[in-house]
Design a protein. Structure first.
Length: 202
């Protein structure tokens, strides 16, 4: 599993973010965290430590202006009363090719995974359009920053793997009648990648 996640979340693996929960929450109920940037290559073995709960890692999706994944980072005003249900319901209702996973701090990470390396600026614009239309989150990746990986338990990794397989199947299906214009644009970006468009892939 750790090797699959290492491949799935490929990006700038020349360094990674290491975080440690302080045990204290802020006024919104967000879990307090100390961060350290480690200027060493990320390895599959470090992913295993992440899954085992020994460390918590963060990654930057961009590599040479391309990315394999992106994320809408939902950072709620109140973590104590936050529920991910409305976000998951939106994804299901509008058939958006996204995967929602609880974040380390108690919020929500809404991921998209591309079939090949996509232009990072274009991916960010499409994700921002979807975010503005549906989620109104404050931050969208890629944005030249590292994002904490949400997985600190093997059971969550298995659940995510299952969701990704379903997502990839949906992305590759022809029927997008229930998708919105923004979702179609995201799928079009995937299609552009599959066709090896020089403007979308490395």
């Amino acid at each position: 599993m750790h090797e699959k996640l290492f491949t799935l979340f490929a990006g700038d693996n020349t360094r990674y973010l290491k975080s440690l929960l302080t045990g204290k929450d802020d006024e919104r109920g967000k879990k307090g965290t100390d961060y350290q940037t480690v200027h060493e290559p990320l390895t599959p073995e470090l992913w295993q430590e992440h899954l085992d709960g020994k460390i918590r890692i963060g990654l930057k999706p961009e590599l040479d202006g391309k990315c394999l994944w992106g994320c809408i980072d939902v950072d709620p005003h109140s973590y104590t009363s936050f529920s991910s249900k409305k976000y998951v319901d939106i994804i299901k209702k509008f058939n958006l090719p996204l995967v929602a996973v609880k974040s380390k701090s108690g919020g929500l990470h809404i991921f998209v995974f591309f079939t090949d390396w996509a232009d990072a600026n274009k991916a960010a614009k499409v994700l921002s359009k979807i975010n503005n239309e549906y989620f109104q989150a404050q931050e969208v990746f890629p944005c030249n920053k590292m994002l904490n990986m949400p997985l600190d338990a093997k059971k969550n990794a298995v659940a995510l793997s299952s969701q990704i397989m379903s997502l990839n199947k949906k992305i590759n299906e022809e029927d997008t009648d229930t998708a919105t214009d923004a979702a179609k644009e995201l799928e079009a970006l995937n299609e552009q990648v599959r066709k090896n468009d020089n403007q979308a892939i490395r």
